[in-house]
Design a protein around this ligand. Structure first.
Ligand SMILES: [Fe+2]
Ligand SMILES: [Fe+2]
Length: 217
């Protein structure tokens, strides 16, 4: 995935210029007084943004627990480093949403304890089916998450692309990572698992329910 060549020194105060940390050249002028999410104009916008952040945070939290479960079973196997690599990216995603939530005083979903348990059990139980089981789970979950991110991207762009630029950039970057995880699962024999389509559909049904509930509770 393409990353920016310059490391930005973030300063989101009004009318400050961002500089590259390495070469100190100005990157671009920013007039933003916030980092990722604009201060809501009204309660509708506030509710919409909080709902987005809450469900995305819940998804990244659940993904972390799934990879933790997979690592508990397959950590010492040949697939361990591959799972660890994807988990490390999920840790960064979760960290970013933790940061945005704290900055905007958004409460996480009340269902986190459930996702903590369910995520780990899903990861560990599919990993017990072997590498193919773990990868089938990864394909199912990552496809659901990337579709969910795509829906959010579409909705935010329909509302106001300019206003939500920073949030869109975060979601797009994470969406690309989730697609990579999905493709990794396919490349590593997810479809070889007997009953792959059945398991995939069952997990995706669960993901849909989890997304629905985390947006509301
Ligand atoms: Fe993620
Ligand atoms: Fe992922």
């Amino acid at each position: 995935m393409q990353r920016a060549t310059h490391t930005a020194l973030y300063n989101w105060s009004q009318f400050r210029i961002q500089h590259c940390l390495k070469c100190r050249v100005p990157l671009r002028q920013s007039s933003r007084a916030y980092s990722v999410v604009p201060p809501p104009r009204d309660s509708d916008e506030r509710n919409m943004l909080h709902r987005i952040l809450r469900v995305d945070h819940a998804g990244e939290y659940g993904a972390n627990r799934i990879y933790a479960g997979q690592m508990a079973v397959l950590g010492r196997s040949r697939t361990g480093p591959l799972i660890q690599e994807m988990w490390d990216q999920e840790k960064k995603h979760l960290e970013k949403f933790n940061e945005i939530m704290a900055e905007n005083r958004v409460r996480p979903t009340a269902l986190l304890p459930l996702w903590n348990f369910a995520g780990f059990v899903l990861g560990a139980s599919t990993a017990l089916l072997g590498k193919e089981g773990a990868m089938a789970c990864t394909v199912a979950v990552e496809e659901s998450i990337s579709e969910h991110y795509n829906n959010q991207i579409r909705a935010l762009m329909e509302k106001d692309t300019e206003r939500y630029t920073e949030l869109l950039n975060v979601i797009k970057e994470f969406r690309d990572d989730e697609i990579e995880h999905h493709d990794t699962g396919l490349k590593h024999d997810a479809e070889m698992l007997p009953g792959y389509w059945l398991l995939k559909n069952a997990i995706q049904l669960g993901c849909k329910a989890a997304i629905y509930a985390s947006e509301r509770v």
